[in-house]
Design a protein around this ligand. Structure first.
Ligand SMILES: O=C([O-])CC(=O)C(=O)O
Ligand SMILES: [Mg+2]
Length: 205
């Protein structure tokens, strides 16, 4: 199975654990709907505050399945996109959008059922004068993102897996899932087993 398809099934929490708690975007970047999930390669956008022309450039250049990762420097005043732009991204096969910024037209965007992770909503649009860059290394909500890195988002947040580490992190994430399953099975809603587990964890000897 392709590595991206394998990451589709892995919770962000397990990827974060595999990465030692590193690589997750600031927790104010949240999915617009709780069931949204993306796992794909990052197509990056660096936009100046209040100018989103490069988002259009990215929609033109990104490949189907890519995830747009937009550095809007945390601006919560002017939207990186609204339902028109996000609808175009969806139609062009982009898997989802992750933005260190805000969107607008929230009702229409929710109707698209297109995974968007961002800081929230606003009313003001951005200008379109052309400054900014696409497909360059960016910093997004506290994390360095290079074009082609794997980004995974779900109800818990967004985590970035650097390309060079993707195989190792996939293996570690799967190990973590198995470990968590064993831990849950070991107590399995049984008070005595829970007490035994707590005693074991709390024993200092
Ligand atoms: O045009 C914009 O920049 C934002 C907008 O309202 C849309 O995408 O619908
Ligand atoms: Mg609009």
């Amino acid at each position: 199975m392709h590595i991206i398809d394998q990451f589709q099934d892995i919770p962000t929490t397990c990827i974060s654990d595999a990465m030692g708690g590193m690589g997750n975007l600031d927790s104010s970047i949240a999915p617009l709907k709780g069931n949204y999930r993306v796992a794909g390669r990052a197509f990056t956008v660096k936009m100046p505050v209040g100018d989103n022309l490069m988002v259009l450039q990215a929609i033109k250049e990104a490949k189907p399945g890519d995830v747009l990762v937009i550095d809007a420097k945390g601006d919560t005043y002017r939207a990186v996109a609204g339902d028109f732009i996000l609808g175009m991204a969806q139609t062009m096969g982009i898997q989802g959008v992750i933005a260190d910024g805000v969107i607008r037209d929230i009702t229409g965007v929710k109707e698209l059922n297109f995974p968007v992770f961002c800081r929230g909503t606003t009313v003001a649009a951005s200008a379109k004068t052309g400054a900014g860059e696409v497909n360059v290394p960016i910093s997004c909500a506290g994390v360095a993102v290079n074009p082609g890195d794997i980004v995974v988002g779900d109800a818990d947040g967004v985590v970035v897996v650097p390309r060079q580490q993707e195989k190792a992190m996939l293996e570690k994430s799967i190990e973590k899932i198995n470990k968590d399953e064993k831990r849950e099975a070991s107590v399995a809603g049984d008070k005595d087993k829970i007490l035994a587990y707590l005693d074991d964890m709390l024993s200092i000897g």
